[in-house]
Design a protein around this ligand. Structure first.
Ligand code: ZN
Length: 474
């Protein structure tokens, strides 16, 4: 078994529509794959698939090894591109050693992991019993891993093939939850002699609230709140504030519509604040834009008392890294993201934040800290969508075997890392008890966005390593 066989299978997978929540054709493809090769195949009611390769002769005593990846892919395309992810195959090119989908996502996350598993299933590699587990809807909330029943797979050692940096072995991930704060408000009368302005902060770099939380990028909501705080006792009235979007993204944009006394030089101060921000973030926010312009609006302002509490809470709310790992150098262990603020009808303003940590108690602590801030400001607070982390075990057996194999093949040790984001391993660990787990994969770049690409040289190494690990596993 070699990387070109894996690549051929992956090319076949690129022709199968498999957007999260619509994996039916992919599930059918996997069932058919197993059937044609006479392999045992189980499908659970939600669409998770487990295909079994029985032990080769003489390998019956080797413990069962679980390989795991996800069936679905993120479906994103460039503006103006006509591509129907429900029906069309992915267009890709091979260029300078990369396989690239230029206008859409490629789906190598996690199609390449799935392809590697299928190549192993159809190979005649001498291995112990292998269970290949293909989950659904990983990308939209890990529904497959959440809904899987105990006993769907039986092995106690699991290799997750959903990582994106060849040469790195992942042994831990963060869990997370979301914390919502809600403010009730009424409208008040616009003061005489006030001018309406629209303040906008746009073109922040943003990024992933886990992977990118330690990169020193601006949070545009917090910048806006910082400015508005300074204006509160200058007669500012808040008409609207809106910023951020998804719980797992750093807010790239924020706008506020405000009424300010004609006598106040608010625009001048906003411009000078913009200069300060550009100087403070001279490396991490090269193109951030801040503009103030007169605005036509008939909406009445939020009552001043609530506006002041809201703005101060948004400014004071923790955002960023809370603690670094004491086990693994350079790994963020606990963090929080001030993700979005939106005004709803019926007099509600909603603030969305999300917290991450590999350690359950630290996750609860940071969520409680965010809660404390908003409760002080008179908001009601709710926590939702909690999922478990995977705490690194540096004494893991499968880790030792993977490192040993890597050194033997390539002459140097792989990096051992954990990620500050979610992996399905966290859920498996929590649900199925003591599992020995690791995650690795070939190098991918630009995942979840058009232009996603797969490094083909890294695929060679990944496949050689995986083959060596599964054949020598004991
Ligand atoms: Zn993935």
């Amino acid at each position: 078994m070699n990387s070109s066989e894996v690549l051929e299978i992956f090319k076949e997978i690129t022709r199968i529509p498999r957007e999260s929540g619509h994996e039916e054709l992919m599930t059918a493809f996997l069932q058919d794959f197993a059937k044609r090769r006479n392999l045992e195949c189980r499908v659970d009611p939600i669409g998770n698939v487990c295909i079994v390769k029985e032990a080769s002769p003489g390998k019956e005593d080797v413990p069962t090894l679980v390989l795991q990846g996800h069936q679905d892919m993120v479906c994103e395309k460039r503006n103006g591109v006509t591509h129907d992810f429900q029906t069309d195959p992915i267009n890709y090119v091979i260029e300078d050693g990369w396989m690239i989908a230029k206008d859409t996502t490629l789906g190598a996350d996690d199609g390449i992991g799935v392809a590697a598993m299928l190549a192993i299933l159809e190979s005649d590699l001498p291995t112990g019993k292998i269970e290949c587990v293909f989950t659904i809807s990983e990308e939209t909330g890990m529904d497959g891993a959440f809904g899987m029943e105990k006993g769907f797979f039986t092995g106690r050692t699991l290799i997750n093939l959903d990582s994106e940096d060849e040469g790195q072995m992942f042994i831990g991930c963060a869990g997370g939850l979301e914390t919502y704060a809600t403010f009730d408000y009424t409208r008040e009368v616009l003061k005489a002699g006030n001018t309406i302005l629209r303040l906008a902060i746009t073109d922040g770099v943003g990024g992933h609230s886990g992977d990118d939380i330690n990169k020193g990028r601006a949070n545009t909501i917090q910048l806006m709140a910082r400015f508005l705080c300074g204006e509160l006792n200058r007669g500012l009235q808040l008409i609207l504030i809106r910023g951020g979007n998804k719980h797992n993204a750093i807010a790239r944009e924020c706008e506020a519509i405000v009424a300010v006394p004609d006598s106040e030089a608010t625009t001048l101060r906003f411009n000078s604040f913009s200069d300060d921000v550009k100087a403070e973030y001279c490396r991490t926010e090269p193109v951030i834009k801040m503009t103030a312009a007169q605005y036509g609006c008939t909406e009445q302002p939020v009552d001043s008392e609530v506006a002041a509490r809201l703005v101060r809470a948004l400014f004071a709310c923790p955002h960023g890294v809370e603690a670094m790992s004491q086990d693994i150098d350079g790994l963020v262990e606990t963090s929080t993201n001030l993700a979005a603020v939106r005004m709803r009808d019926l007099g509600k303003i909603e603030v969305l934040t999300s917290q991450r940590s590999a350690i359950a108690s630290a996750r609860k602590m940071i969520a409680a800290k965010v809660e404390a801030c908003f409760v002080l400001a008179g908001a009601t607070v709710e926590h939702t969508s909690e999922y478990p982390g995977w705490k690194p075990n540096v004494d893991s057996r499968i880790l030792a075997q993977c490192v040993e194999s890597y050194k033997k093949l390539f002459g140097f040790a792989p990096e051992i890392k954990a990620i500050h984001a979610g992996l399905e391993c966290g859920l498996f660990g929590e649900k199925f008890g003591d599992l020995d787990m690791i995650s690795f994969g070939p190098t991918l770049r630009g995942v979840h966005a058009p232009g996603e690409k797969l490094d083909l040289a890294s695929l060679d190494k990944f496949v050689d390593h995986l083959v060596d690990v599964v054949t020598n596993f004991n």
